[in-house]
Design a protein around this ligand. Structure first.
Ligand code: FES
Ligand code: FES
Length: 161
């Protein structure tokens, strides 16, 4: 039995300690916002936070989460449902195309802004480099991060490249 704290709630799951966090989150806890992409720590689609640090949940065993706090995309809005600044900026900029990579992108962006509330373009690019978007929405992702940081203001959808 593994005892977890996930999105502020305590859970106990009966799994092999080597099971990746991603399987536990999706299969045992039925939180499907975190996505399976490559399965080999290369794409970032599966990004969750472990004590606030972004980790690749496809390649991190659940044993490493014992005694720590997991946060998934389901846990970053306020308890009353108010979206986080990053989530709201993602909507304002209309970042997603297919959407598949986006929960991982948002989790990495959230971790970045927690650590560095006013990042430069280079710092954004460095922090987000491990998150692949096959739809190529990198420009909008960077813009949404700047809006969430208060560095830029939202503009109309039509003017965003
Ligand atoms: S699915 Fe985990 S990094 Fe790609
Ligand atoms: S929005 Fe499609 S992969 Fe990123």
């Amino acid at each position: 039995m593994i005892n977890l704290t996930i999105n502020g709630q305590e859970k106990a799951v009966e799994v092999d300690p080597a099971t990746p966090i991603l399987w536990v989150v999706r299969e045992n806890l039925e939180m499907n916002g975190t996505k399976f992409g490559c399965g080999i720590a290369q794409c970032g689609a599966c990004t969750v936070h472990l004590d606030g640090q972004p980790v690749r949940s496809c390649s991190t065993p659940i044993s490493q989460a014992e005694g720590k706090s997991i946060t998934t995309i389901e846990g970053i809005a306020d308890e009353d449902g108010t979206l986080s600044k990053v989530q709201q900026a993602w909507i304002d900029v209309q970042v997603p195309q297919c959407g598949y990579c986006q929960s991982g992108q948002i989790m990495s962006a959230t971790a970045l802004l927690t650590k560095n509330p006013s990042p430069t373009d280079a710092q954004i690019d460095a922090a987000m480099a491990g998150n692949v978007c096959r739809c190529g929405m990198y420009g909008r992702i960077r813009q949404a991060i700047k809006i969430a940081a208060g560095i830029e203001q939202p503009t109309t959808k039509e003017t965003i490249a």
